[in-house]
Design a protein around this ligand. Structure first.
Ligand SMILES: [Zn+2]
Length: 262
């Protein structure tokens, strides 16, 4: 339960903090009206947040009661130092998130769900919440499987979730990053400029820069894209720009429609 409150607190703090910076120092002028986007994005974020909280809570209760299969769980046997366990958890789960994100782009069935995230016609802090509930369910099951298999402590999962949320909100935010900080971020933590390329309407750019926390995985695994940004950025999926297709209700049904193919 503490983890859920921490996640909710981090979500609200990041949302309000980065929205303030977006108003004071935006990177680009809005490329789509804010109202419909925010209703959709925050609506999805609240539903998904509730789902993740329920899943995490029930998984740890079952683990504690010994109802889940005995985990292979090498981590607690390799080290009993809690901060090392947490660090390993963050790095491993970030690698898993990278792999899942690549699978969501590469496997047509999963793209049907992930395309919802890419239909956003602008990019700001609210875009970090725009995921179809089906995708959040797949990702949660994969992550909880890894947590059980590796033996990641609950504190490791909670720290990862909060760090991932903060990094995701930052990389989607419509903020100017100080020029001095930009090159340091490109070598360490995914900066907004790197993730903006991932949201470009053309599929070549969209199929690159999959990282959420570390830039290391894209650099190591051949998906790093550092082309110069366009003068005026544009976002979204070219054939899905009609407001009727982009309502919360239409997006919930999108994976089950023919138009989500490809
Ligand atoms: Zn993507």
């Amino acid at each position: 339960m503490t983890g859920s409150f921490l996640r909710l607190g981090a979500f609200v703090l990041g949302l309000l903090g980065l929205k303030t910076v977006e108003v004071l120092e935006p990177h680009h002028a809005p490329t789509a009206p804010l109202r419909l986007r925010w209703i959709t994005n925050i609506g999805l974020g609240l539903v998904n947040g509730l789902l993740v909280s329920l899943l995490c809570a029930s998984c740890f209760v079952l683990t504690a009661q010994g109802r889940l299969p005995a985990a292979f769980a090498p981590l607690p046997r390799l080290t009993s130092v809690v901060w090392v366990q947490i660090l390993v958890a963050v790095v491993l789960l970030d690698l898993l998130s990278y792999a899942l994100h690549r699978a969501y782009h590469g496997i047509p069935f999963f793209w049907r769900f992930h395309v919802v995230h890419h239909t956003d016609l602008d990019l700001d802090v609210s875009s970090a919440s725009r995921f179809h509930t089906g995708e959040v369910l797949f990702s949660s099951v994969a992550k909880l499987g890894a947590v059980t298999f590796v033996g990641i402590p609950p504190s490791g999962l909670v720290v990862f979730e909060v760090v991932m949320l903060a990094c995701s909100q930052l990389q989607h935010a419509n903020v100017k990053v100080p020029a001095r900080l930009e090159p340091i971020l490109w070598r360490t933590l995914v900066p907004p400029a790197m993730h903006r390329l991932h949201h470009a309407p053309n599929r070549r750019d969209a199929d690159s820069n999959y990282g959420t926390i570390l830039t290391l995985w894209d650099a190591l695994l051949g998906t790093f894209n550092r082309r110069a940004a366009d003068e005026q950025p544009s976002f979204g999926v070219p054939r899905m720009r009609d407001p009727k297709v982009l309502s919360l209700r239409a997006l919930a049904a999108l994976p089950f429609r023919r138009s989500a193919e490809g």
